[in-house]
Structure formats: C-alpha cells, structure tokens
Design a protein around this ligand. Structure first.
Ligand code: MF3
Ligand code: CO
Ligand code: CO
Length: 254
C-alpha cells in the first residue's frame, strides 16, 4: 500500500529530512584523511541524538551502526569500522537516515577525499546529475518508470552502468515503504504519481559493470569488478502545485 501523507505528516518529514541533511553538512566539515569510518559513525550518531532524533540504521534488520559508509568499490550498506581510514583519492558515500517524531528522513552524498582522479570525480558528478534528472521527472501524473528511464539514459550516455539490485523506496513512518523506485526502466510504466506520495530516489552508478557481490558480513555490497561506484539520495514529496516535487532532505539555509 502506498500511503498519501497529510499536511501534518509532511511537515514532520520536512523536519526529519532537514536534520538528516544537516547531519551530512556537519560530518562533511569534519572529514579528514586518516580518520576512520567508525569516527564518521560516531560524529553522525552524536549529532543526530543531540538533536532529539534516532539514527534509523542502528539495529535495523540487525545493522550494527548508525550510518552507512561506502568507500570506492562499495556500492551501498558499508559498515563503519576502525580499520577503514580515509585515504587521498578515495570517494566516500555517507548515508544518513533520521527518525524524528516518528518520521524518517533519508539522504546520502558521495564526498571526494583529497585528490580524486578525473575519471572517478566525473562519475561522482554525473551520479549527482542522475539524482537531479530523476527528481525533475517527478510530478502528479508522471509514472515511476519515468524516473528510472531518465536516470538510466543519462548514466548510459556516459558509458556508466546502473545498479539494479537496490532501489529507492517509499518512506514515512516506516524506513522502507512501498513503492520500490527503480533507477532504470521505461517511460510511462509503473505506478502513477499522486500528490502526497513520499519516496526516495537514490541511484547507484558504476564506472564498470552493473553487477555486484554481497560480502560475508551480509551487508556490504561491492562492484563485481571492484571499480568505483557512486550514489546520491534525497527524500522527495509529490506536490499538487509548483514544479510537482519538493525535496524534503534539504538543510536550512544558514
Ligand atoms: N539508508 C539506506 C537507504 O537509502 C538503507 C540502509 S539500511 C541499513 O535505503 F540497515 F543498512 F542501514
Ligand atoms: Co533510502
Ligand atoms: Co539512505
């Protein structure tokens, strides 16, 4: 069942989404070569808790940490740990999901650490654009397949591949609600979008093959060819007016 959110629920989702985005702003300002992904987890955890919220990943289906940290060939769901330390030239995705007043905000960004190769930096830039074109396809009357189609088209135009095993999702009182939001597909197919729907768009784009491997820890997903993968995520609302879409995971302009 796809739930349509009330004005009250939407306001709560804006608040939670804002906190998730501001957590990323905060941790970005602390990123340094040599710090561990465990340090990043601690910074995010403390920030979220100190703002009266809960990190949704912690204990979610047994996930052991408060954020996901995915380095280089890690596609998603990397587990923060003391051994993985940021190196010059890495790319790092940090995925933050907050629960504030029972409502979820889910957003991620891929950060460049030091001097990243032009090839990898371009992958990150195009992946960000993939999220942007996906968001631009959202409006009442559009179909879920429209989002996937524009993302796939842009990624393929640069010779990149789109991960198929993991997708965006409805979100609200639950972390993962219906529908599934695929990052590939055909225009005009799938569920028709209606005002009040809230879901994430979170394309994972690979430099090489789209295929992935799940590691022994049962969480970490890496590219089969160990080439880099990038991701960006926002939580969005389908609106009746304006452009037809509002991004719920935006920081308050300071
Ligand atoms: N935040 C991820 C998403 O965008 C989900 C992480 S699930 C976890 O959907 F258990 F790994 F945290
Ligand atoms: Co998500
Ligand atoms: Co997420």
């Amino acid at each position: 069942m796809i739930t349509i959110k009330s004005q009250r629920e939407i306001e709560l989702m804006r608040k939670s989404g804002q906190l998730a985005s501001e957590t990323l702003d905060f941790v970005e300002s602390k990123l340094e070569i040599g710090m561990s992904t465990e340090d990043i987890n601690t910074l995010c955890h403390e920030f979220i808790i100190s703002h009266g919220a809960t990190p949704a990943p912690l204990n979610y289906h047994g996930f052991p940490k408060s954020v996901c940290t995915s380095l280089n060939e890690v596609i998603c769901h990397g587990i923060p740990n003391k051994k993985d330390k940021l190196k010059d030239g890495d790319i790092l995705n940090i995925d933050v999901t907050t629960i504030l007043n029972h409502y979820h905000g889910d957003t991620n960004r891929t950060f460049l650490i030091g001097n990243v190769s032009d090839e990898t930096a371009k992958l990150v830039e195009v992946t960000k654009q993939c999220l942007e074109v996906g968001i631009a396809a959202v409006r009442p009357g559009a179909h879920l397949g429209d989002i996937g189609a524009v993302i796939q088209e842009l990624a393929h135009s640069h010779g990149y591949s789109v991960v198929r095993e993991y997708c965006g999702h409805g979100i609200g009182r639950e972390f993962h609600e219906e529908p599934q939001v695929l990052h590939y597909g055909k225009k005009g197919t799938g569920v028709e979008l209606k005002p009040g729907m809230t879901f994430t768009i979170e394309p994972m784009i690979n430099l090489g093959t789209r295929h992935c491997v799940l590691l022994e820890d049962d969480w970490t997903v890496i590219t089969r060819d160990k080439k880099p993968s990038a991701q960006f995520e926002h939580t969005v609302l389908v609106t009746e007016t304006g452009s037809g879409v509002e991004i719920l995971t935006l920081s308050n302009p300071k």
